[in-house]
Ligand binder design. Structure first.
Ligand SMILES: Nc1ncnc2c1ncn2[C@@H]1O[C@H](COP(=O)(O)OP(=O)(O)OP(=O)(O)O)[C@@H](O)[C@H]1O
Ligand SMILES: [Mg+2]
Length: 230
């Protein structure tokens, strides 16, 4: 094993994380297999179950930007009274992703189904066929970009009307599965009453627009978009 693999292993699998995984084993999955992705703040693993696979997102406790997290947590009334140590912030981040994905699902947004979370570990549906993770929007070629753009705008509107702003929406956090978009990565998502919600929403629109503009789509300005939500 190369040195970097060792480092990642030790950063992800600290004692407390191993205890959580042991607790989940046999109830939510059987074996934790390989890492599907190493992101900014978490590693996603594939795990087997009795009849298929699940995705296990493990938030790293030591290699995360706490300054970045604070911006999304402060101002969210759901998490106002949480003490802000390094561990508790990461646990909060995990809980926040669980809650946001559940809420998004409850208003009819296509997101991975969440099963359980504890501390820094979240178990959810693995989006993909036969355990093979679905590709990100950025890695596929579509033949109807305008329809996709319109659908993603409709998703943003639906999220907003359901009280949520994704706050990191882009071609990286949209998977393409069965010719439909699946929205992922909602730890940073905020309620519309968050003081920065509109700024986050504006940034989401900017990122989505930048991608679809390259695909020659007719895009909506912020002014046009606002008319859809207010
Ligand atoms: N439920 C899932 N099913 C299939 N693939 C997934 C799932 N969740 C995450 N992935 C894959 O793992 C990648 C990283 O997941 P996610 O964006 O949630 O983590 P992150 O740490 O925030 O990563 P990043 O910093 O890259 O945004 C995704 O881009 C996707 O390819
Ligand atoms: Mg992501």
């Amino acid at each position: 094993m190369v040195e970097r693999d060792f480092r990642v292993r030790n950063e992800v699998f600290d004692e407390s994380t191993i205890r959580v995984l042991d607790k989940f084993r046999h109830e939510y999955f059987e074996d934790l297999e390989h890492c599907i992705s190493t992101g900014k703040e978490a590693n996603i693993f594939r795990a087997t179950t009795k009849d298929g696979f699940v995705a296990v997102k493990i938030f790293r406790t030591y290699t995360t930007s706490f300054e970045r997290m604070a911006k999304y947590i402060e101002g969210d009334p759901r998490f106002a009274r949480v003490k802000k140590s390094r561990h508790s912030l990461v646990y909060l981040w995990c809980r926040k992703e669980f809650k946001n994905l559940s809420k998004a699902a409850s208003i009819g947004i296509n997101v991975p189904k969440v099963y359980v979370f504890r501390k820094n570990v979240l178990v959810m549906e693995l989006i993909g066929e036969n355990g093979c993770p679905a590709p990100m929007l950025k890695d596929v070629t579509l033949d109807n970009y305008q329809e996709w753009y319109d659908e993603i705008i409709a998703i943003m509107v639906k999220l907003y009307k359901g009280d949520l702003v994704h706050a990191d929406l882009s071609e990286f956090n949209i998977l393409v599965f069965k010719s439909r978009p699946v929205i992922i990565d909602m730890a940073q998502s905020v309620l519309v009453e968050h003081p920065e919600a509109l700024n986050f929403l504006k940034k989401d629109l900017y990122n989505v627009n930048a991608y679809f503009l390259k695909k020659k789509c007719k895009i909506k300005s912020w002014e046009e978009f606002k008319k859809l939500i207010f």
